[in-house]
Design a protein around this ligand. Sequence first.
Ligand code: 5GP
Ligand code: ZN
Length: 113
Amino acid sequence: MDDCIFCKILKGEIPSDKVYEDELLYAFRDIAPAAPVHVLIIPKEHIESANALNAEHKELLGHIVLTAAKIAKDLGVAEDGYRILNNCGKNAGQTVFHLHFHLLAGDEFKNLV
Ligand code: 5GP
Ligand code: ZN
């Protein structure tokens, strides 16, 4: 998708602070962190939102959650806890229409939801 910010990040056209990458996923620090640890985990495939998911994405979704847990461990926040969050659509506050999961951790995120 030519006008998608996260596709541009994947292509290296917009710089990002990478924390993890494999053949299916890319994870990087949120530019406007809402918590001391705020990482975005995105599929390399452009998927607009959770509304565009289907049964073929089951494996990808499992991989995203397992990777979020691995990143939390690697960043040293797994023990104290973290939140994995997806905003779908405008009423949930989705602003970037490339599927992404927020990984939030640290002392100051507890009152988000
Ligand atoms: P949403 O509100 O769609 O769930 O989350 C989009 C997130 O992407 C926001 O937390 C926002 O700060 C982040 N974001 C938007 N543009 C950029 C960018 O260019 N770089 C990075 N690292 N994060 C971005
Ligand atoms: Zn995209």
